[in-house]
Write a protein that binds this ligand. Structure first.
Ligand code: URA
Length: 295
């Protein structure tokens, strides 16, 4: 190669590294999409379909909102559907209705895998529903899947999951004796924080999942999960370690928040507080008689 020719591979690698450093780690489509060209057309289409006037100020989310897609198993990323402008309340209502109809965990998983009201499904590789034993007496709920979880379709299988497994093991627990899920079942692209709207759309599904699992003890891992499940806005440092009540609609169950394992990886000194919370969980499990169905 002439010395003045750029090394294409090296340049491409540097470009990819630049994207990764910026948090861009998802290719949405094989073909580039000119968003400037298609925004007004698709939004006008949406307004027509929904019978509403087109208002460029309204939030864009991928559509359709209230429909279920055909059943599918683990998949590669589908092509991105064009954005449609829909009122965000519709997606939350659709999620509530869809979650309420699921009478079993299998039905809930199936419903979620076909639910199209949350834009995160379009960038995720797999639905990350849950792992562990649905008969377990303790349920852990994290925030949202990361890179590894998205690839495997299982919660907490990356580095923070390995720490969670070690903490469970220290209590004599493993995934055959615990049930693990997330508030958000699809990985947000680039591991960004889920938006409040995405969280509200996913809320009915995790709430239904908790009701169906009906654990004796519920553990919220990290601030986002704690705020949603314990209905609080207190900082996680103050909120953690306090016993609260979580109403499943059928009964009140004991609930507690602790630090997220990813935070503990960054702040190992906080492990001692998390360990205290795990011991409190163990004590609660030992002091609450196991119902017949859990034995
Ligand atoms: N962090 C979470 O909150 N959930 C996972 O499944 C993985 C990392």
């Amino acid at each position: 190669m002439p010395s003045n020719m750029p090394d294409t591979h090296q340049s491409l690698r540097a470009l990819l590294q630049f994207y990764a450093d910026c948090g861009v780690d998802v290719a949405l489509s094989e073909e580039p999409i000119n968003r400037f060209a298609d925004t007004s057309a698709s939004a006008a289409d949406a307004a027509h379909q929904h019978g509403t006037a087109f208002d460029p100020a309204v939030t864009e989310v991928p559509a359709p909102v209230a429909t279920l897609a055909p059943t599918e198993g683990p998949r590669r990323r589908p092509p991105v559907t064009p954005s449609l402008t829909v009122p965000s309340g519709d997606a939350v209502m659709a999620a509530r209705e869809a979650a309420a109809t699921a009478e079993t965990l299998a039905a809930l998983r199936e419903t979620l895998s076909r639910f199209e009201g949350c834009n995160l499904r379009h960038t995720a590789t797999n639905l990350v529903f849950a792992d562990g034993n649905p008969e377990a007496r303790v349920m852990f709920v994290g925030e949202a899947p990361g890179f590894e979880e998205d690839l495997q379709g299982l919660p907490f299988v990356g580095r923070s999951g390995q720490l969670l497994d070690r903490m469970l093991a220290a209590l004599g627990l493993d995934r055959t004796k615990a049930y693990i899920a997330n508030v958000i079942p699809w990985r947000p692209p680039g591991n960004r924080d889920p938006t409040p709207q995405e969280t509200e759309i996913c809320r009915p599904f995790i709430e239904r999942q908790i009701t169906l699992v009906d654990p004796d003890v519920l553990v919220a891992l990290g601030k986002a999960s704690a705020h949603l499940l314990l209905n609080s806005t207190i900082g996680i440092t103050r909120l953690r370690g306090q016993w609260k009540s979580y109403d499943t609609g059928r009964r009140d169950i004991r609930a507690i928040a602790t630090f997220h394992p990813a935070y503990l990886l960054r702040q190992p000194l906080q492990k001692k507080l998390a360990w205290r919370d795990f011991l409190a969980v163990q004590e609660a499990l030992n002091s609450t008689p196991a119902p017949a169905s859990h034995e």
